[in-house]
Write a protein of this length. Structure first.
Length: 254
């Protein structure tokens, strides 16, 4: 049963988002909060599968909430969807750099809300246990997704990541992922992986320039075994539109 946390200081928005969340799956459970401090206190002892938060709120904005959430033991892997009325790329960039996974422009299109949330929920099982299974929904995500073990060997990739690297997913399993990247990018990836493995925490979003000169915004989170041991790293990258600096949401070669 997916557990979704909704944070918005406006009761009308909480009600709308809760109803929309019910369309994602039949067994969705929703916890909603009006105050980010109350949400953070609850999250200290509760793990969720997806967080949906407004950007503009009292006490702190959505970027600061996301940053604090990522610092919690329960906040290393769950996707964070930020809803913002601001069109300025600076607000979106702040949210992404704090650890947000995706964002939606307000007023929210209801169909897009359900589709984005459903796709992001598909990331949660991948972060929970390292298994070489790629469900079709993972392949449909507007992101490059890869999981590696503690030695940097590929456990699985989605179709977009495989296409980005010019290989099939089957060819990549067992490969040292960093060896497939350019020297500078490989060094950065290894350093970020090492930080995740040493701390057991998600690292802040960072910029990468790919071999084809595209710009990616990448996050890395720990993969944990059932006993909580960190056994690998989950990497998720969004390709950015060079003009706006925001996610392009397009397929490889699209």
């Amino acid at each position: 049963m997916p557990l979704i946390l909704i944070l918005d200081d406006r009761a009308t928005n909480r009600s709308i988002f809760t109803r929309l969340a019910g369309l994602i799956a039949d067994d969705v459970i929703v916890e909603s909060f009006a105050n980010p401090l109350d949400a953070l206190e609850w999250l200290e002892s509760n793990a969720v599968d997806l967080v949906i938060t407004d950007y503009s709120m009292p006490e702190m904005d959505g970027a600061e909430f996301t940053r604090r959430f990522r610092g919690l033991r329960t906040g290393t892997a769950a996707p964070v969807l930020v809803v913002t009325a601001y069109d300025d790329r600076g607000f979106r960039q702040a949210a992404m750099e704090a650890g947000a996974t995706d964002f939606l422009q307000s007023p929210v299109d209801h169909f897009e809300f359900v589709a984005r949330a459903r796709n992001l929920l598909a990331l949660a099982p991948a972060a929970a246990a390292p298994r070489p299974v790629v469900a079709p929904v993972i392949d449909d995500l507007p992101a490059l997704v890869a999981a590696t073990d503690r030695d940097g060997r590929c456990l699985f990739v989605n179709a977009r990541m495989a296409g980005h690297l010019g290989r099939s997913a089957a060819e990549l399993v067992g490969q040292d992922m960093a060896r497939l990247l350019s020297g500078e990018r490989a060094a950065l990836s290894r350093a970020k992986d090492r930080a995740v493995l040493e701390t057991g925490r998600r690292v802040a979003a960072f910029w990468e320039v790919a071999e084809d000169h595209s710009v990616l915004l990448t996050t890395k989170a720990p993969l944990r075994a059932a006993d909580g041991t960190v056994v690998g790293v989950l990497s998720t990258s969004l390709e950015l539109d060079p003009a706006s600096g925001t996610p392009a949401f397009r397929g490889i070669g699209g």
